[in-house]
Design a protein around this ligand. Structure first.
Ligand code: DON
Length: 565
């Protein structure tokens, strides 16, 4: 099997000493990373290295996740900012927990706030797009429940990088360039005096952000949700036309939720429950795959991709029933109930694409529109420690640089997660998703998500962590990587780099990586699918190898770095 991505050597020599492992920390291209005792994989080598240092100095996976996430907020503000939110799964002492630290709608939010607004982009750009951020409270709550090392110490690497600076990469520069059209003013840290994005190689220092991080370091969530940082957020959002209040911030709470779990392919898979649709759809897809004997088809063959697309269409049909759990009328277990899965499977054939009876689905209310190619504004990181504890976390601002709003005093980039609600019923959102009324905007409500942080065990032991950015493409990317990991003998890096497909029910198109073999594309079309070449998300994963070492992989479609010891 040959993929067209550039890769470095696939496996590190096994006889490297533990000391040598710690020297092999950072890498800037897709390559597997190995850890004997612990391993961190994230979008950024500084972040992974900070997490690894925490592990190597006695911290556990929860401690390392905090250090990694805070560095991402400094070095990758376009998705890692503390102005965002996310979901994580944490495995501690053999038990898996799910933490919902997603943004919530401000208390003044109303269902018609976007339909009645003259600016059609009000849910995407500017103050009204900003939902109450959850990252700081999320990391704090993770640490309070499971952390070992002092919180103050975990914030230190991020503060140092914000103060002393880091060098602007091509990726950062390109993203700044892309975003110039969307926003103009407050992200000035990343602008030259002439109002141009900082050039590659320039050192960027963020003393204002460092001051906010210091407040968080000293006071915990109080340093963000109250006091000067909170006032800065509220005042900036107000100036930019938004409705966030000091009370929204001070009353923000995370929620510990029960992860969804399923036995499939001889493994126990844990994933995120609502308000993410990720886990529910992933577990439906995995069950359909197993029942359809998808593993009997040759991996990466046209026959297999045809069935994958058929499974995805059916699973994504169910997304209309998922929202903030308070608004749901069915449970995830009803959606991935074996009898329902069997009924779906009975409508699939190996010969051709088929139309099941979608009768309960009101197709007239939905308009198929082209899904936009994914925008790069979410990220995933994976951490394992020496005791088999682990964190699999997906964090997001939603759009590139979120709402495009950066707070005036502390330079915090704020999310545009309000666009994940059904902001304008009947119209597709920025990911081409046409969503149901269950997900309408309401005060304090959590917008529906596709984020799919996932943890896998075999015989009670941790064997894999996986997750991805990519809006709805997250779910199908995690599904495919997990499916191939559980059913083939390829190493995790080969699986992550391999071409993938994506179908989200509407629009009715199989999106596929440009690297997918043209013969496979032709076969999909022969079987009745419409196809379009587009990047299908960027996966981060860690898997235990047969020799007991941890192997990490990040996607050559995006950026990443791993650090193990
Ligand atoms: O929660 C969600 O589903 C979206 N806000 C995620 C956005 C995303 O993954 C964009 N990334 N590339």
């Amino acid at each position: 099997m040959r993929f067209e991505f550039k890769r470095t050597s696939s496996v590190l020599a096994l006889n490297l000493t533990v000391a040598a492992f710690s020297l092999m920390a950072a890498t800037v291209e897709a390559a597997p990373t190995i850890g004997r005792s612990g391993l961190v994989v994230s979008a950024d080598h500084w972040a992974s290295e900070a997490g690894k240092q925490v592990l190597a100095s006695g911290g556990n996976a929860a401690d390392a996740a905090v250090a990694t996430a805070l560095v991402l907020a400094v070095t990758r503000p376009y998705f890692g900012s503390i102005g965002g939110g996310g979901f994580l799964l944490v495995r501690m002492n053999g038990k898996v927990h799910a933490l919902d630290y997603r943004e919530r709608a401000p208390s003044a939010a109303r269902p018609d706030m976007y339909t009645s607004h003259p600016n059609k982009k009000a849910s995407e750009i500017g103050g009204l797009a900003v939902a109450t951020p959850g990252v700081v409270r999320g990391l704090w709550d993770l640490h309070q429940k499971f952390g070992k090392l002092p919180w103050t110490r975990l914030a230190e690497p991020a503060i140092r990088l914000a103060e002393s600076g880091y060098v602007v990469s091509g990726e950062i520069h390109d993203r700044l360039k892309e975003s110039l059209a969307d926003f103009d003013q407050s992200g000035k840290t990343f602008w030259s005096r002439e109002g141009k994005p900082l050039e590659v190689g320039t050192t960027v220092r963020q003393p204002k952000l460092a001051a906010a991080l210091r407040a968080i370091q000293k006071q915990g969530p109080g340093g963000f949700y109250k006091g000067p940082v909170a006032r800065d957020i509220v005042e900036t959002v107000k100036k930019e036309g938004g409705i966030l209040t000091l009370a929204d911030l001070s009353e923000y709470r995370t929620l510990w939720r029960d992860p969804l779990e399923l036995n499939v392919y001889g493994h126990r898979v844990y994933s995120m429950p609502p308000p993410s649709s990720g886990g529910t759809l992933l577990l439906s897809e995995l069950q359909m795959a197993e029942k359809l004997k998808l593993h009997d088809e040759k991996p990466w063959s046209g026959a297999q991709f045809h069935l994958l697309a058929e499974i995805m269409r059916r699973a994504f049909f169910e997304r209309q029933y998922i929202a903030d759990p308070r608004a749901m009328t069915v449970t995830p277990a009803q959606i991935f109930d074996p009898a329902r899965i069997a009924r779906w499977v009975s409508t699939v054939t190996r010969d051709r694409r088929t139309e099941p009876d979608w009768k309960s689905f009101d197709l007239d209310a939905l308009r198929a529109q082209p899904a936009k190619e994914e925008r790069l504004e979410t990220t995933h990181y994976c951490v394992v420690d020496r005791d088999g504890n682990a964190v699999s976390a997906t964090t997001t601002l939603n759009g590139n640089y979120g709402s495009g709003v950066w707070t005036s005093r502390f330079g915090i980039n704020l999310n545009n997660e309000m666009d994940d609600f059904t902001a304008r019923p009947g119209e597709p959102n920025m990911f081409g998703l046409t969503q149901s009324a269950l997900n309408k905007v309401e005060p304090g409500k959590t917008p529906l998500s596709s984020m799919t942080p996932t943890i896998v065990e075999k015989d009670g032991a941790l064997v894999m962590l996986v997750g991805s950015p990519g809006g709805p493409r997250i779910i199908n990317s995690v599904f495919q990587v997990l499916f191939w990991a559980l059913t083939t003998k390829f190493d995790i890096d080969e699986i992550v780099q391999a071409p993938r497909v994506h179908h989200q029910f509407l629009p009715d198109i199989v999106f596929h990586d440009r690297t997918l073999n043209p013969e496979v594309v032709r076969l999909l079309e022969e079987k009745g699918h419409k196809t379009k070449a587009e990047t299908v998300a960027r996966v981060y994963a860690i898997r235990k190898r047969a020799d007991g070492l941890w192997e990490g992989a990040f996607d050559a479609r995006g950026e990443g770095g791993g650090s193990g010891y």
